[in-house]
Write a protein that binds this ligand. Structure first.
Ligand code: ADP
Ligand code: MG
Length: 385
């Protein structure tokens, strides 16, 4: 962290020829449980992780906005008055899209000064840890501060989502930005995706002697767009046939009727979402009443549901999960949208290296590329440094 912050400030000065006004940062996130429930207006339980995207920002005396990143060769530049989704593309659509989206939410972009921004990130891209929400949230809090907009965090989450939906063109929900903006140390963010009400739920991993291990399979989820859209369509179909506004409105008691009315595939998609919503509620209750050791079976059940009913797992994710479970994990599941990306395993701190060795061995045996594994802790949300 310290290295990144020093580096960001120094590179900003080199790049733009003056010292930045300040540094801001926002974390990536991991979803503990609640997958494909957000767009069904249900429940999710992500937490902000101890890997952050850091930016330096300086104020200009004109209306230009420039943004550079260690990630990219070129500096993107546009006039604030010219910001629109059609004018934005590539990686800079994330940060510039946030500036545009602040305008859509009522910021007067004709009245604020231009800015220079430089970004570095320790959130791996495309690993299911939402480097996209990290960059959006860092830019959102920075501009909210220096432009003195006074937006609250839930509004900034919607700003980030609008940027991602319209400027980038990815039809994602509100979960990632909420986690990145509302996260707290050692706690998860329990989010109702219908009301957008968020509650902080202490995790207590440390006290229980547990750690959360990320196993990034390296399998790209970039070709998942078709699968994601198909799952969303199945959910919408299921809700329409069953006469509810969203699958959120069903409970496990409705499943027998759903099975009668739906074709087998649609039924299984619906069953995943309905049972996953229940598992999120059960996880929150277990964390509050019994502590984190009690959530293991819920994590395992979530994985089975995604593998068998929602059919979004891949062999690498299944192997990571099964190997973790067989080597002492309290619970394990794939996390994120599926078709690749990462799995998580809740493991006794003393057993982390044993599980890592076992997973490395299993992947080698199956001829899979070596996964990247690291422990994450629940950290604080976006902040001025
Ligand atoms: P993830 O699962 O990591 O969120 P996405 O595809 O949603 O994957 O977002 C990754 C994209 O976000 C990158 O391809 C890039 O365009 C943009 N991005 C993320 N972090 C940075 C960064 N530090 N600098 C520039 N662009 C970034
Ligand atoms: Mg993303």
């Amino acid at each position: 962290m310290t290295d990144i912050r020093d580096d960001v400030a120094a590179t900003f000065s080199e790049l733009y020829g003056y010292a930045p006004a300040g540094l801001w940062s926002a974390p990536g996130r991991v979803n503990l449980i609640g997958e494909h429930t957000d767009y069904n207006e249900g429940f999710v339980l992500p937490f902000a992780i101890n890997r952050r995207t850091v930016l330096a920002l300086g104020l200009r005396d004109d209306s230009r906005i420039r943004v550079g990143s260690a990630f990219a060769d070129e500096i993107a530049e546009i006039d604030l008055a010219e910001l629109s989704p059609e004018r934005l593309s590539g990686w800079s659509a994330y940060p510039l899209g946030v500036a545009w989206a602040l305008g859509e939410h009522g910021a007067d972009l004709a009245a604020v000064p231009g800015v220079d921004i430089y970004i570095e990130s320790a959130v791996p891209v495309g690993a299911g840890l939402s480097s996209s929400a990290a960059i959006e949230s860092a830019v959102a809090v920075a501009l909210n501060d220096v432009w003195q907009l006074g937006f609250d965090r839930p509004t900034l989450a919607r700003v980030g989502q609008l940027a991602e939906n319209k400027a980038v063109g990815a039809p994602t929900g509100i979960m990632d930005q909420s986690a990145s903006l509302l996260g707290q140390q050692d706690a998860a963010v329990f989010l109702d995706c219908r009301s957008l009400e968020a509650q902080v739920v202490p995790l207590g991993f440390d006290e229980a002697g547990l750690q959360l291990l990320i196993i990034d399979t390296g399998v790209s989820h970039s070709h998942a767009t078709g699968g994601y859209a198909a799952r969303r369509a199945s959910c919408e179909r299921g809700a329409a046939v069953l006469g509810v506004a969203a699958l959120r409105d069903l409970t496990v008691d409705d499943l027998p009727r759903a099975q009668q009315l739906l074709d087998d595939e649609t039924f299984r998609r619906v069953r995943h979402v309905v049972t996953e919503d229940q598992r999120v509620l059960d996880t929150v209750r277990a964390l509050r009443d019994e502590g984190p050791t009690a959530i293991g079976e819920l994590l395992d059940a979530s994985h089975r549901s995604m593998r068998d009913d929602f059919e979004i797992s891949v062999p690498e994710l299944d192997l990571a999960v099964e190997t973790a479970q067989a080597n002492g994990a309290v619970g394990a599941r794939m996390t994120g949208g599926g078709f690749g990306g990462a799995a998580i395993a809740l493991v006794p701190a003393s057993g982390v290296s044993r599980i890592q060795v076992a997973i490395d061995g299993a992947f080698a045996e199956h001829g899979f590329a070596q996964p990247t594994m690291f422990v994450v802790t629940a950290s604080t949300g976006a902040t001025r440094e």
